[in-house]
Ligand binder design. Structure first.
Ligand code: GLY
Ligand code: MN
Ligand code: MN
Length: 439
């Protein structure tokens, strides 16, 4: 992502801010895994979106119209010893030169410098109550100004949530963002294709996970966008199964929900396929039902459609199909009204996708589902889950969990599936798995 893309985003946000205001954002913190070991650092998505700056212990201030500079970055100063032990960091000079900060200060100076930047502003935008340290820094700056009120200082009088403005921007992807999301989708698709061909009865779920991670990493995408779900048979009925520890059995299905992160953007793909490469008859019937629901939902993604339309389309197809297969009894319209399908389909058909896998952005405007617009990216992911505990269901359906998930961009005319390069029909899957191990 170029520095002009980040500058453009900051400018766009500042244009939306009210007069005489500043915005303050905090970086993510380092999370301890155990004792001296830290989790890999992942920058806060809002912070990354506006700066590309990927270090902890940083605060960004945006001050539209401020004569001495609108973009102020507080961060860790460069430290030669630290560079030797833990690697490259921008320092104050890097903050200015590489990241385009108009002014850069040592993070230790935040409390002494922030009041001066805030003085005379009426409003402060920030994500209230999210980062304890940021709440503290803002309040101590306000209090410092209050104490100096008799000397002519003006503390701000309004605190506004930044999320509304910023998350609305993040909901609409630029061309540069779409290029990165396409790459995340392509590499993730490769990983799913590889997993399909590596699968056979007797190997373990974690061995399939290792194939996914291998494919991500060999393309330079070191991180999964979220922990991969590799769930054989009954495990697929646990929606957030990530233990990935069981052996894969002949005759079972395998559900894989996995996506790579590319430059801070997520892919999110699910495919479900037979461990032995051939669908049994009941598996095929349920699979084709979920696929029909997914295709109907994708068909419903177009500008002007409401957010809920793809979900409603999927529910229609699934409910009618469940009646046909004898898994639900009654009239489809009544079953939909009573939400009878929820027994086997208990989640929604998708979510916004972007820097966060469940990305930011409102789903409703007021009380109404919002219309889809070009530039939005969402997942379409219907499923059916019939666990072994469904004692009243014919045994041939039990222990089957199926989800099919793609990432879909709303375009001017309809939509584009960003993750289309993974086999999806029964015939495509069986043919691809039959070709063996040369992904
Ligand atoms: N992988 C998380 C989800 O599909 O929502
Ligand atoms: Mn998913
Ligand atoms: Mn998803």
């Amino acid at each position: 992502m170029s520095s002009s893309e980040f500058r453009h985003r900051r400018k766009a946000l500042m244009r939306k801010m009210k007069k005489r205001s500043i915005a303050v954002l905090a970086s993510a913190g380092v999370a301890v895994r155990n004792r001296d070991v830290e989790f890999p650092f992942r920058q806060d998505s809002d912070f990354l979106y506006l700066s590309g700056f990927s270090e902890p212990e940083a605060i960004m201030v945006l001050a539209p119209g401020r004569a001495s500079g609108e973009f102020i970055l507080f961060c860790r100063p460069y430290d030669q010893t630290k560079a030797i032990w833990t690697g490259k960091h921008a320092g104050l000079e890097g903050a200015r030169q590489e990241f385009g900060a108009d002014e850069a200060y040592d993070i230790e100076e935040l409390d002494s410098i922030l009041p001066g930047i805030m003085d005379g502003c009426e409003r402060v935008y920030y994500s209230i109550g999210v980062h304890e340290e940021l709440d503290g820094a803002v309040m101590s700056a306000v209090n410092a100004l209050r104490e100096k009120a008799r000397a002519g200082a003006h503390p701000p009088s309004q605190f506004l949530n930044l999320d509304g403005l910023l998350h609305e921007m993040r909901l609409f992807k630029s061309e540069a963002e779409l290029a990165v999301m396409r790459r995340a989708g392509e590499v993730s698709a490769r990983a799913h294709r590889r997993a399909m061909q590596a699968c056979r009865p007797g190997i373990y779920e974690f061995q399939i996970e290792s194939e996914l991670v291998h494919e991500f990493m060999r393309h330079g995408l070191r991180y999964q966008a979220y922990p991969s779900i590799v769930a054989g048979g009954e495990n697929a009925c646990i929606l957030h199964y990530t233990e990935n520890k069981d052996v894969l059995s002949d005759g079972d299905l395998l559900l894989i929900d996995a996506g790579a992160e590319c430059d801070g953007y997520a892919a999110d793909i699910t495919r479900t396929f037979p461990v032995n490469g051939r669908f049994s008859e009941p598996q095929r019937k349920l699979y084709e039902l979920v696929l029909a629901a997914q295709l109907a939902a994708i068909e419903a993604v177009r500008p002007g459609a409401r957010w809920i339309d793809p979900h409603d389309a999927a529910v229609q197809v699934l409910t009618k199909g469940l009646v046909k297969l004898g898994l639900l009894k009654g009239r489809a319209s009544k079953l939909i009204k009573e939400e009878a399908y929820k027994r086997f389909y208990m989640h929604r058909t998708g979510h916004w996708l972007g820097m966060d896998v469940h990305d930011v952005g409102d789903y409703k405007i007021g009380d109404e589902w919002r219309p889809l617009e070009p530039g939005m990216v969402l997942t379409v992911e219907p499923g059916l889950y019939i666990s072994r505990s469904c004692q009243d269901v014919d045994p041939m359906w039990r222990g089957i969990g199926i989800r099919i998930e793609d990432d879909v961009l709303v375009t001017k005319r309809g939509c584009e599936v960003l993750t289309a390069q993974v086999p999806k029909s029964v015939a495509e899957i069986e043919a691809w798995m039959g070709q063996g191990n040369d992904a």
